[in-house]
Design a protein. Structure first.
Length: 190
């Protein structure tokens, strides 16, 4: 199988199931941003941190491939003509949300209470985590937009929402682990 197919040379691409759409289609933006997020998580995983967080990130990256496959499948192509599901992959489920929530709760037990917004930065690892969080929020916004046009699996939006929360708390935990001071955002008075 060759990497280049030349089928996209006129600005269209195929969704899962064969339907061709413009490369700027909201569905492409949604799963493309999810793919971008996955790449940022790979870069984050290459940063300085405890192995247990790297292991969690690998699990998340695998789930993001599932999210991308779901987003790449238009509703009318979800099932084959014989009624079987086209995607032969596990769905995003409540247990995936609970996994992220448990990870968040575990980290928050070690963190000081948050009293202010925190400015991103302080260490390349922490900054990389914040960038991934922002890309996750964009993937979530695009998926919500897509859902307003064509229904998508509700767990995709929930997962992206919970993942951005996880990445925020992970950034705080990494700051603690790396002995980096969090810079509080204190609005200037006029």
């Amino acid at each position: 199988m060759k990497v280049y197919t030349k089928t996209g040379d006129k600005g269209t691409t195929a969704l899962f199931g064969g339907l061709r759409v413009p490369k700027h289609h909201i569905r492409i933006e949604s799963y493309g941003t999810t793919d971008e997020l996955n790449s940022h998580l790979g870069m984050l995983r290459d940063c300085e941190m405890d192995q247990k967080y790297k292991d969690v990130l690998i699990k998340i990256q695998n789930k993001l491939f599932t999210v991308g496959a779901i987003l790449a499948t238009p509703p009318e192509k979800e099932f084959l003509k014989n009624g079987k599901e086209r995607l032969n992959i596990p769905k995003i489920a409540e247990e995936d949300l609970l996994f992220l929530e448990n990870q968040i709760d575990e980290m928050e037990m070690e963190l000081p209470q948050m009293t202010h917004f925190v400015l991103p930065g302080g260490h390349k690892t922490v900054s990389t985590c914040h960038i991934a969080r922002c890309v996750c929020r964009r993937a979530e916004r695009l998926s919500v937009h897509l859902n307003s046009l064509e229904p998508i699996d509700e767990f995709v939006i929930k997962y992206l929402n919970r993942l951005s929360d996880y990445l925020f708390v992970l950034a705080r935990k990494l700051s603690l682990d790396l002995n980096v001071s969090e810079v509080k955002w204190i609005p200037e008075k006029y």
